[in-house]
Ligand binder design. Structure first.
Ligand SMILES: [Zn+2]
Length: 271
């Protein structure tokens, strides 16, 4: 085989292995600061370890520009917290939450209006992820049916019943070109989901949601005691690991502050 033929064969092999029209429609990804969380005891997330050790968590939202419109992944802590100089405490004082910047203000800074957002998806329905869903009352919300139907406190619905919603039962390719794919990863909550993105320059990235909270928990397959299902969490972590290997993808862990601090934040963006 000549060099040229070998090269073409290699190109064809690579093309066959690629997923359809990878990254066709996506060109920009912004990481937005959607709140800060601190806790006096890390062992809430690392059972039996780091007892009494304080921990800070990042809380990001991710905004993606696609040829068919803007897509928002997670909505963070409620913007109303930004107006409270001392933030708020949650879970009977276990967590302290502050919001140095609003989501609305960060969208404005890059010239994006709420009505420009074509689709929003949340990893799950904990308050640090759904705080601003109603900034986008007309926007289609993508959530797993198992999460949507999971009764909230006192049987309350997780979302406003009038909010447009697509209830998913598994994975979903948001714009149909493989560039933004919701991945079902139950365990942290009944209908938890993660996100696979295929960016033109950065390559494939998986956004964890809360399938895992910290890099160290990922490396050690550690499951917080308060998760809905330990078994499902472990299976979902393995599923993510398989996707990372297949896609040569990076794993961006939403609440890992050290990793998050090393990433570019809006108005800078990834391509
Ligand atoms: Zn969270």
């Amino acid at each position: 085989m000549t060099m040229r033929v070998a090269f073409l064969a290699a190109v064809c092999a690579a093309a066959l292995g690629a997923l359809p029209a990878a990254a066709a429609g996506v060109d920009r990804l912004y990481i937005l600061d959607c709140g800060h969380i601190s806790a006096a005891d890390e062992s809430r997330w690392t059972p039996g370890l780091n007892v009494g050790v304080p921990i800070d968590l990042s809380d990001n939202c991710y905004l993606v520009h696609h040829a068919q419109g803007w897509f928002l992944w997670d909505t963070g802590l409620a913007d109303a917290i930004a107006a409270l100089p001392n933030g708020v405490t949650g879970l009977n004082g276990v967590l302290h939450m502050t919001k140095p910047k609003t989501l609305a203000g960060q969208l404005q800074e890059i010239g994006v209006k709420a009505s420009d957002i074509a689709a929003v998806a949340v990893s799950h329905t904990h308050p640090d992820h759904i705080g601003n869903v109603e900034l986008f009352p007309q926007t289609m919300l993508y959530v797993q049916k198992a999460e949507y139907d999971w009764p909230g406190e006192g049987g309350a619905p997780r979302f406003k019943p009038e909010h447009p919603v697509t209830k998913l039962e598994g994975d979903h390719d948001v714009f149909g070109d493989g560039s933004i794919v919701i991945i079902s990863t139950p365990g942290h909550t009944p209908g938890h989901q993660s996100l696979l993105m295929r960016l033109p320059k950065t390559g494939a990235v998986v956004l964890s949601g809360d399938a895992v909270h910290f890099k160290d928990n990922w490396d050690n397959r550690r499951v917080p005691g308060f998760n809905f299902s330990k078994e499902e969490t472990l299976a979902s972590m393995q599923r993510i690991a398989d996707i990372l290997a297949k896609e040569h993808a990076q794993l961006w862990i939403n609440h890992d502050k050290a990793q998050s601090d090393a990433h570019k934040k809006s108005p800078e963006f990834y391509e």
